[in-house]
Design a protein around this ligand. Structure first.
Ligand code: AMP
Length: 397
């Protein structure tokens, strides 16, 4: 498998799939430049080698139709500012106009193509469309982890037209490296902290991860399905009764595999799903009727902290409480603080998948963990043990 470092882009045009699916305000200003900044090192490497960069991305979900509100023209100025290079724009991503614009490019230049998803062939993974895209570069670079789990034309299918001339960008390589550290090469003990609302959405991850970890912390809404399955009283807490057998099976499997599972022993119970609700600390298996557990309790947080500080590789997916409400965010913050401390002590910590990143950013943990994944769905699928099509397409040579 080739990396970006194996290529010298001098006099070459790199066709780079980036993830510039950035948020825009009502005046079409980019409100968060993170994704553009994340792709910058790859683009700069191409330019510094003496090559030029053709950037392709999607923005929003135009569903195969031209939608001026979702034109990448809106972000061209911001991309220019972030890169420190005047970026040119072409109003279609394939066809004569795009080919002419690429033809005219001088080395050192950057060209941004219009939104790929203005063509339905992008998401359907159309081979002819992918071949059209392939005419726009000499070397294909995939740096869009956020769409690596999609077998779309620009993320996967296009790669077959670049045999021997394709690689991951730095961002995608970093994501793969971080996942490998947790799933394969990480220093032991390895810990996964799985929170969030429901067992059903995390079940494949839990099953896959049991082979990789020494400790598993279960938190958030998932807690109550496990506690009730073991005979506890969970009051009005979120609970998937039809998943209780599965919860018991997971606990049995974990036991067989020598994985220590840590489930909250106490919780902050509330008399309403509201920030202003009355609260009390109860045992996680003794929640009165009319009350629901919305955050981890103090004894639980002490337990979690001591496990986190013992571990050398830590994956965090999902909040351990309803972090969107200030009064039930303390558990999630305490977990973040403990991961921060473990990371300072030399542990490798990865946060990713679904909405975990939102919680991490909200509480300022972004720079305190080793790595924050840029792809929600792609990270979830990786943790489920799936090979992402966008990654396979590069590895396949
Ligand atoms: P997920 O996308 O599966 O990671 O779930 C994240 C959501 O889980 C967040 O919106 C949290 O508010 C929610 N959550 C966490 N703990 C609880 C809980 N005890 N009860 C209900 N929802 C919860």
């Amino acid at each position: 498998m080739k990396t970006l470092e194996d290529f010298n882009f001098e006099n070459k045009k790199a066709l780079i799939r980036v993830d510039f699916n950035v948020p825009l305000d009502g005046d079409f200003n980019v409100t968060d430049t993170n994704r553009i900044e994340a792709a910058k090192p790859t683009i700069i490497k191409v330019l510094e080698d003496g090559g030029s960069a053709v950037l392709m991305s999607h923005l929003g979900r135009p569903k195969g139709e031209i939608n001026p509100d979702l034109s990448l023209a809106h972000i061209c100025k911001t991309v220019s500012e972030v890169l420190g290079v005047q970026v040119k724009f072409v109003s279609d991503c394939t066809g004569a106009e795009a080919e002419a614009a690429v033809e005219k490019m001088a080395m050192g230049e950057v060209l941004l193509l219009e939104n790929l998803r203005f063509h339905s062939e992008e998401t359907s993974g159309d081979k002819n469309f992918a071949e059209e895209l392939s005419k726009l570069g000499d070397i294909y670079v995939n740096d869009a982890f956020g769409t690596a789990h999609r077998a779309h034309a620009s993320t996967t299918v296009v790669a077959q037209f670049f045999p021997g001339n394709k690689c991951f960008g730095y961002l995608l390589a970093k994501e793969i490296d971080a996942i490998e550290k947790v799933m394969q090469t990480g220093e032991k003990p390895v810990l996964a902290i799985l929170g969030g609302a429901k067992v059903s959405s995390k079940i494949t991850i839990i099953e896959n991860i049991l082979d990789k970890v020494d400790h598993l912390i279960i938190g958030g809404g998932m807690t109550y399905t496990f506690v009730k399955a073991k005979g506890g009283k969970v009051g009005d807490s979120i609970c998937e009764d039809d998943k209780m057998d599965l919860a018991l099976e997971i606990l049995k499997k974990a036991d067989d595999k020598g994985v220590t599972v840590h489930i909250p022993v106490d919780v902050i119970a509330a008399d309403d799903f509201s920030n202003d609700a009355q609260t009390q600390i109860t045992g996680s298996d003794a929640i009165p009727e009319g009350w629901q557990g919305l955050d981890a309790g103090p004894e639980t947080l002490e337990n979690f902290k001591s496990v986190i500080l013992q571990c050398k590789t830590i994956l965090w997916n999902g909040p351990v409480g309803v972090f969107e409400m200030e009064n039930f965010a303390k558990g999630t913050i305490a977990v973040g603080d403990a991961i921060d401390e473990a990371t300072q002590n030399g542990a490798f910590s990865l946060v990713g998948g679904g909405d975990s990143v939102a919680a991490v950013k909200q509480f300022g943990f972004e720079n305190k963990v080793s790595y924050v994944s840029t792809g929600g769905g792609a990270m979830l699928e990786s943790l489920e043990g799936k090979t992402l099509p966008g990654i396979a397409a590069i590895i396949d040579g």
